[in-house]
Design a protein around this ligand. Sequence first.
Ligand code: V07
Length: 295
Amino acid sequence: MGRLFFVTMDKMDVFFDMIRMNMFRDVCKSGGSNMLNKLIRRKPERQEQSIAERVSLAKKEIMPTHIAIIMDGNGRWAKKRALPRVAGHHEGMKTVRKITRLANDLGINVLTVYAFSTENWKRPKLEVDFIMRLPEEFLGTYLPELIEQNVRVEMMGNDINLPPHTLSAVKRAMEATKNNTGLILNFALNYGSRAEITQAVQQLAKEVQEGKINHTDITEEMIAKHLMTCSLPEPDLLIRTSGEVRLSNFMLWQLAYTEFWFTDTLWPDFDESCLLEAVESYQNRNRRYGGLKGE
Ligand code: V07
């Protein structure tokens, strides 16, 4: 049954409020967030977009060339599930595979992952032994798909101290992928940044001593060329998982101008959506700075 309303001018705003309320009720009844989106012209939330949509949007903007990741929180992930720490490392290994695939799809050129630091030797021997088997397992399982995806495997860190079985697995993968032209998957293995810088300084001092160069020839570029990253661009984006907000002796020289993204997510839980969130944040910052970078 219809009702007749007499609306006087001074009640107009109340009348419009009632119309709006009715529209809102219709929206609720139809359960349609689409209708609500249309009414208030809201951009869809990230969580509502599919990974594929977010990938294609991200690809339209400036992509970080090099992403470096400190993969923290594997032990904590295991502890939360009453599992041994090594179960967390194993799950973390699967995340490396997932993130590599997405980074390659996004067109990122270099992905450096901190797999084992020089400080990690202090962990219990059984844990270290397990971790040192992961490169073989990773490559035994995933090398065919890395080759198929045109990924090139690289390593930075100190060869000595690494078990021969670990080193030979990595060297074999580097050899098998050396002509690939897609993503460079750079594993930091037995890596420490201060040791890397020390080694560069020692090499330069030797060159001065031998009369090959003058001490005044030593420039920032020359130091960079003596680091383990000499053939790589500097990282544009550093990601550290698991809520720790420090660099832990990782790429101290190379991160001088890098954007940082810290997240509480534990590495084994870090999925495609998490990487996209970091990339989207990087792209937002880039857009905000406009052409002002470096000024
Ligand atoms: C390791 C899994 C990821 C979380 C961090 C600690 C444990 C993959 C590799 C790897 C290394 C070289 C390579 C192929 C794969 C790896 C270590 C630890 C030592 F050529 N994951 N992962 N290496 N973790």
